[in-house]
Design a protein around this ligand. Sequence first.
Ligand code: SAH
Length: 245
Amino acid sequence: MSNEIYQKIRVVLVNPSHPGNIGAVARAMKTMALAQLVIVAPQRDPFDSEARARAAGALDVLLRAQVVEQFEQAISDCGLVVGASARLRTIPWPTFDPHQCAQQVVATARHDAVALVFGREDTGLTNDELARCQRLVHIPANPDYSSLNLASAVQVITYEIRMAELAAGDQSVSLPPEQPLATAAELQGLYQHLEKTLQQIGFYDPANPRQLMRRLRRLFNRAQLDKMEMNILRGILAAVDEKHK
Ligand code: SAH
């Protein structure tokens, strides 16, 4: 089995409130051969007795989970960040169903780390968190009641990943990409640089943002920049900064 693929895929829970759900997520993951769990700022002890009971035979996955304070820390080294969302948002973002999501996740995880990001039980992910995701995945549930339990959503999405991985079989002969993908942290650096430069040259007025930065993020996210392309864009911005000094 291509274990390396599973090791490159992590599940990120943002600010979960119920330890029982966290245990159930560990169990859902282990049944689908996934083991990398990252918990961002849990509201209660993620390793309490309820979490352990719900993890059942996946206690190892639960106890090895990494707890971090900031969302950024959970995704910074990832080449692909996919956010799971129960609702569709203000400006439409590239959105997959779980099957399409799994195809891209499995293809990307051959060479780059992938984060699957899940939101809070009550309010989901914030718009800023969603903007850090290159793709969204939406389970096309009942439109009158589309919000699955957190661990159920993890189960559906990771099941599709397992199916895609089994179907893809051993593709170890396929060529590696020319360049690794730019990481989430590098993309964040690009957006900050772009925002600063666009302000300097008077193209972007933060008082009247009209979604400009969000639209630019969406554009670059669609492109799945690799490291070389990222360096070219940073070089162009640096040259503009230099001229405008
Ligand atoms: N009321 C919240 C739903 C939270 S459910 C909201 O409207 O956003 C907790 C998490 O489970 C969500 O943040 C999302 O990551 C995942 N989830 C629940 N239902 C989903 C669905 N239909 N498609 C994709 N993810 C879903």
